[in-house]
Design a protein around this ligand. Structure first.
Ligand SMILES: Cc1cc2nc3c(=O)[nH]c(=O)nc-3n(C[C@H](O)[C@H](O)[C@H](O)COP(=O)(O)O)c2cc1C
Length: 290
């Protein structure tokens, strides 16, 4: 989770028996370096948004000797040799079966099937159950992880029946003490329900950068989404004052305007807890990161 999963959260997840992934997002090297300093000796992965990777970012990431590099939203193949040469595992998040087959052919070690229920960026289209079934049939030889609305052991058992070996969680870890965000944002995760989330692109217009057109993101609805979703071209035409206004809204924690990325699994979130409490909901998958 770009910028939300910092060193404190990634380390807490690994220390409690999962595999923490630092949210390297758009590849800010100094942020990654600072947060990996907090991680210290704990074994964590580092996530990067593939289409946004600038020259030199992967090299800088690998200097931190992550256990894994999580690539999502773009072609992973140019980056796989360097990641493997470093000894790290390549995790690749995908949104459809063809993308999973291409990732498998390219040599990734783990495929994450991201259903459209998921919080944060992704693609409208495939929801998790059908996607897991489709990918596990198409590429049975690659370890498959399911992401999107997963909260506890029951979700794990369900996706395991469909062919997944593990689960990845975002929104549930956002609602933890260790996640990097203001209390007002985390309170939205507690107060809002799955019905209050929607997939849209309006935040990419006012926050930047604009994403490739096949991607959108699931977030909690706000006055801003109520006003602008469906009017994206109009928003682009008047975007200039919004850029500063949005930055100000983040500064002031104005929750009527600023984004809180979150998935449909919000129905199960009723408190901000330590990350270890989330990991301990999965007694059968604990122990991989330690
Ligand atoms: C706040 C937030 C930020 C995210 N940032 C990223 C990201 O930078 N890269 C990525 O691959 N996925 C990102 N995701 C998506 C997660 O990788 C994952 O697919 C998703 O959280 C799983 O669904 P869930 O939120 O219902 O648990 C993000 C999700 C959230 C909630």
């Amino acid at each position: 989770m770009a910028a939300v999963a910092g060193g404190v959260l990634a380390k807490a997840v690994t220390r409690s028996g999962g595999l923490g992934i630092l949210g390297g997002g758009y590849g800010d090297k100094s942020w990654i370096s600072h947060e990996m300093g907090i991680v210290g000796a704990a074994r964590v992965g580092i996530g990067l948004i593939t289409w946004a990777m600038a020259d030199g970012v992967l090299g800088a990431v690998l200097e931190h000797e992550p256990a894994a590099v999580w690539l999502a939203f773009g072609d992973p193949s140019p980056h796989i040799p360097a990641i493997h040469a470093s000894g790290a595992v390549v995790i690749c998040q995908v949104n459809d079966v063809d993308e999973a087959s291409e990732a498998a052919d390219a040599g990734v070690d783990v495929i994450v099937a991201q259903g459209s229920e998921a919080g944060g960026h992704g693609r409208s289209g495939r929801s998790l159950f059908g996607l897991v079934r489709g990918i596990s049939a198409a590429v049975p030889e690659v370890a498959l992880v399911a992401a999107g609305g997963v909260n506890d052991q029951r979700d794990y058992e369900a996706v395991r029946e469909l062919g997944a070996a593990g689960v990845a969680l975002g929104t549930a870890f956002y609602a933890t003490e260790e996640a990097l965000d203001v209390p007002e944002a985390k309170q939205r995760l507690v107060d809002a329900r799955g019905d209050d989330t929607l997939r849209c692109t309006v935040y990419d217009v006012v926050r930047g950068p604009e994403w490739p057109t096949q991607y959108d993101g699931r977030c909690v609805r706000t006055e801003f989404t109520d006003t602008w979703v469906g009017r994206e071209d109009e928003l682009r035409a008047v975007v200039e004052p919004f850029l500063a206004r949005y930055a100000e809204a983040v500064e002031q924690s104005d929750m009527s305007l600023r984004v809180v990325w979150a998935g449909e699994g919000l129905d199960s979130i009723d408190a901000i807890t330590p990350a270890a409490d989330i990991v301990q909901r999965f007694p059968r998958v604990m122990g991989i990161g330690m």
